[in-house]
Design a protein. Structure first.
Lengths: 781, 167
């Protein structure tokens, strides 16, 4: 009897134990996601942490949460503090490091093709011009540097990196590489009140990586493609002690052009270097003359950077960024009358110190070095030393967490000096002339105040005012931004912006002082020589001809007004849309216009050893002047982001816009004749489409299409009758990247840019852009 | 043609509803952390206070857990705050992603207390968080920094360090 109970007792124990053991040893790894989601809280709470982690793996992160993380990145825009892109009251896009690397973009401008509202044109292999919403090449028919964007505030870590010669950005001269970037914040629309002068069409702020790990990390990225394209980047980061972190990086890039011939204005087609004739009829690039020393070169650049971060305590931190770069790019920038191409050289360094402490944010940055915008050009010599200093300080005062007031002051000074290079050029060849002929500087002192009010549920109101005192023109400019957003629900946000922003003056527009002896087509067969010295070429019956390009210290500053409405909608957990409607008016453009034509007579009899020989000399002065034209632009941008599964992310975006020029002076010789025209250099439609597909654990496919509609570029046409118009057809650029991740965050990949080899040129008279087929490797150690 | 392609894509868009489950696992993780973390003797009595800074579904999930479980013998009390000034002494302070800018302030206010700061934003460990939720490869994981935990006089077992991403 007792034995029976003992056996029964042991059986119960054994069964129970077995049951417990079988429970403990349950293979959770074989459970499906649905089975896990059906588990009760009690079951989950009683699991060992290891098993809970395994179940979390099985469930993963839901598609909607992934979408939220991927699409609604944090950005620092209107409030100047981190907020989700969905909540941003301005037209905002964030391009992340992950998206840049996934996409296979090979440069910062190419990465900008992933954002709505940006027009990105490739001039030669890897050399770009980038515009926000256009308004480029205004007025049409002017010199080629007017076609470059000079209305966007481009920054790296809030440090201004556009140049002060004309306000454009020499993208190839940015010292950082793609692997240095944490994200790129893009704000569309006038934003001077929030960001400072020149944020007319918007802001592109490139944010570099902030190393979070104290452990040592190394990153290497190398890419090789046809056209001798080689891009190499290396970076190291880590920490020393508790409070100090660093990142050291270097980058190198070399590319050949897609072709070695050049567009020649005289012949109206692409010809070899030695066949280029100037519009005057002389060989342009023979011997040492001309600006085309390396027909094959597109870009050759290198840079090195150090990012140093020190946490003084929990409320105070310092960051010092410093670096150097050297670059040569063959591009279209400054005018000559033979071919649009020239080499642009830059050798600069920078230091950028910022501090955050007890509500204050202060930043002081310096950039300086040597630039030559048209290497080898006889006239004008645009070779100078430059330095820029920017300083600003802001303080955030918060009242009960619903009102943030941020006053700030800002000072900028830019100094450009071409004396050394012009004197040196004149020593070698007395006929050469400089653009500035001395040391010139511009400065602006500004004060701003921003208020961000959030006391009423779901309603947010931001008001920003900024007053800038410029030295050229000697005037005050007020810019403002009034922004309102209202969250109808968690899924809907509507917003409105009314803003005014102005561009600053630039060295070229203010201080140009170029004297250009051209002689005449009839009397001089070589106008690159000084005709006053070439006595044999003189003809008393034909006047000598001097042209002057003169700056203007009193130019009114270009100003844009904008009204914008936007709506963001989380249609479902994995589908989100963003629509923006905008209307802008831009006025006070400037252009080089003929302002006087004088004739004087000089007596060369003594020099010629004869009696009196009176030679007429005509002096035509072209001066930077404000023009009446007003650009009126109306448009709409959309973007749709959709994540059908956790492995696929689809994005599409586009902008449809019409730009009309009111009171456009089509003929500079008939300034009273003003007409209204449609501006065709800004394409009517442009946009993109991308798919990121992670089809297995280690394989990734990224495909994207960038599209620009037809554009018509018009440049200055001299009296010699060359063609100044380039009608550029619509273009779709299809890029595909396939990568295999072989260890943690390290991968090998193949990437095809413009895979269909669509050779339509993207900028007026520029290279016929071809396909780039690339192999690359990315190591994270 | 290209315009048609852009808009044509929209025709293929199919809505798929997915249920957010991450907050549930974050709450479960948080409860499990308490098994491996050791607060000083004086903090092991009375209520075990978890304060959530900001709005988050994790509050509801923690409320469910608090009704079912204790930390040792301590009942779990979940509190909510919208700004640092509203936070009272807590064993755990969880800063939601939206309120992550408060970390410096919170760290300063509770530098002398045995408080574990848990965050939900990349980079927060370097700002002083003891534990930080991260997503890698579509998986919910957590970073953990022994040094930051010890600064607040909270000991951590090696088991927990091995389960997380050690910083």
């Amino acid at each position: 009897m007792k034995l029976k109970y003992i056996i029964l007792f042991l059986s119960v124990i054994l069964f129970t134990t077995n049951n417990v053991l079988s429970q403990e040893s349950k293979d959770y790894s074989s459970m499906t996601k649905e089975e896990v989601l059906q588990m009760s809280y009690d079951d989950l709470l009683n699991l060992p942490f290891e098993d809970l982690l395994m179940l979390a793996d099985i469930v993963g992160v839901s598609a909607d949460e992934l979408l939220e993380m991927i699409l609604n990145m944090e950005v620092s825009t209107a409030s100047k503090k981190a907020e989700s892109v969905f909540d941003s009251p301005l037209s905002t896009t964030v391009i992340t490091q992950e998206e840049i690397m996934n996409s296979g973009a090979n440069s910062i401008p190419e990465a900008l093709r992933l954002s709505p509202g940006l027009i990105v044109r490739e001039k030669t292999n890897g050399v770009y011009d980038v515009h926000i919403r256009g308004n480029d090449n205004v007025p049409p028919g002017n010199f080629s540097h007017f076609a470059e964007n000079s209305m966007t505030l481009v920054m790296i870590d809030n440090r201004i990196v556009y140049n002060y010669i004309n306000g454009g950005t020499f993208w190839e001269s940015l010292p950082i590489g793609l692997t240095d970037i944490e994200r790129i914040d893009i704000i569309r629309g006038p934003s001077s009140a929030l960001y400072g002068p020149n944020a007319v069409s918007g802001v592109i702020n490139i944010i570099t990586k902030n190393p979070e790990d104290k452990e040592f990390n190394a990153e290497i990225d190398m890419r090789h493609a046809n056209y001798n394209t080689l891009i190499a980047e290396v970076g190291f980061d880590g920490g020393i002690g508790d409070d100090f972190r660093y990142r050291i990086s270097g980058n190198y890039e070399v590319r050949d052009r897609y072709q070695q011939d050049y567009y020649s204005y005289a012949s109206g087609d692409y010809v070899d270097k030695d066949e280029i004739m100037s519009v005057f009829g002389y060989p342009y690039a023979s011997g040492n003359r001309g600006t085309l020393p390396t027909p094959e070169l597109a870009i050759d650049q290198k840079g090195a950077n150090a990012f140093l971060m020190y946490d003084i305590n929990s409320k105070a931190k310092l960051q010092l960024n410093t670096g150097i770069q050297e670059s040569t790019a063959q591009t279209i920038f400054f005018e000559n009358l033979a071919t649009p191409f020239a080499n642009r050289y830059s050798n600069t360094s920078y230091a950028d110190l910022s501090a955050d402490a007890y509500g204050f944010h202060a930043q002081v940055s310096y950039m300086g070095g040597e630039q030559d915008l048209s290497v080898g050009m006889n006239k004008p010599v645009i070779h100078y030393d430059m330095s820029t200093i920017n300083a600003n300080i802001e303080y955030l005062y918060t009242i009960d967490d619903f009102l943030g007031i941020r006053p700030g002051i800002n000072y900028q000074v830019a100094t450009y000096d071409d004396s050394y290079y012009v004197n040196k050029a004149k020593e070698e060849d007395p006929t050469r002339e400089g653009l500035l002929n001395g040391k010139k500087s511009l400065s602006v002192f500004g004060g701003s105040i921003r208020a961000d009010y959030t006391q009423i549920d779901n309603l947010r109101i931001i008001a920003a005012l900024r007053l800038d005192k410029y030295d050229k023109p000697d005037d005050l400019y007020l810019s403002y931004q009034f922004v309102g957003s209202y969250k109808l629900s968690d899924k809907h946000l509507v917003r409105a912006v009314y803003s005014r922003a102005n561009r600053s003056a630039f060295i070229g527009n203010v201080y140009a002082d170029f004297q250009n002896p051209l002689a005449t087509a009839q009397s001089a067969n070589d106008p690159m020589l000084n005709t006053l010295i070439s006595l044999g070429a003189l003809d008393p019956n034909q006047p000598l001809y001097y042209q002057y390009y003169i700056g203007n210290e009193n130019l009114k500053l270009l100003t844009m007004d904008m009204v914008e409405f936007g709506h963001r909608w989380k249609i479902s957990n994995n589908l989100q849309t963003d629509i923006e409607l905008f209307y802008t008016q831009t006025r006070d453009f400037d252009a080089l216009l003929p302002t006087s034509l004088d004739t004087e007579y000089i007596n060369l009899g003594n020099l010629m050893g004869t009696g009196d020989v009176l030679i007429p000399v005509q002096h035509e002065r072209r001066t930077y002047e404000n023009i009446d034209v007003v650009s009126k632009q109306m448009g709409a941008s959309f973007s749709i982001n959709y994540m059908p599964t956790k492995k696929i992310l689809l994005k599409t975006f586009g902008t449809y816009q019409k730009t009309n020029l009111k009171d456009y002076m089509s003929d500079e010789n008939d300034p009273a004749n003003l007409t209204d025209v449609e501006h065709k250099w800004t394409p009517t439609f442009y946009g993109g489409l991308s798919m990121n597909y992670n089809f297995t654990e280690n394989w990734f496919l990224y495909a994207n299409l960038y599209y620009m509609g037809e554009q018509v570029y018009n440049r200055y046409e001299s009296p010699y009758g060359e063609n100044g118009e380039d009608i550029i057809g619509e273009k779709g650029i299809l890029n595909v990247k396939l990568s295999y991740q072989f260890m943690n965050n390290s991968s090998i990949y193949v990437s095809a840019r413009n895979i269909t080899n669509n050779e339509v040129n993207e900028f007026g008279f520029a290279d016929q852009v071809g396909g780039l087929y690339m192999f690359g490797i990315h190591f994270n150690l | 043609m290209k315009k048609i392609l852009f808009f044509g894509l929209l025709l293929f868009l199919v809505q798929i509803n997915a249920t957010a489950q991450n907050e549930k696992f974050k709450a479960l993780f948080m409860y499990n952390f308490t098994k491996y973390l050791e607060w000083p003797e004086g903090d092991r009595q009375g209520d075990f206070i978890i304060t959530i800074v900001g709005n988050s579904p994790i509050i509801d999930e923690l409320q469910i857990i608090s009704q079912k479980k204790k930390v040792g013998f301590q009942p779990i009390v979940v509190k909510k705050a919208t700004e640092p000034g509203q936070i009272s002494k807590s064993h755990i302070i969880f800063i939601t992603e939206q309120k992550s800018s408060y970390i410096d302030d919170i760290k300063g206010r509770f530098s002398a207390t045995s408080t574990v700061i848990i965050t939900d934003k990349p980079g927060s460990i370097s700002k002083g968080a003891g534990i930080n939720y991260v997503v890698q490869g579509g998986k919910q994981l957590f970073e953990i920094c022994e040094e930051n935990l010890r600064e607040h006089n909270v000991k951590v077992g090696s088991d927990l360090l091995s389960l997380g991403i050690k910083k």
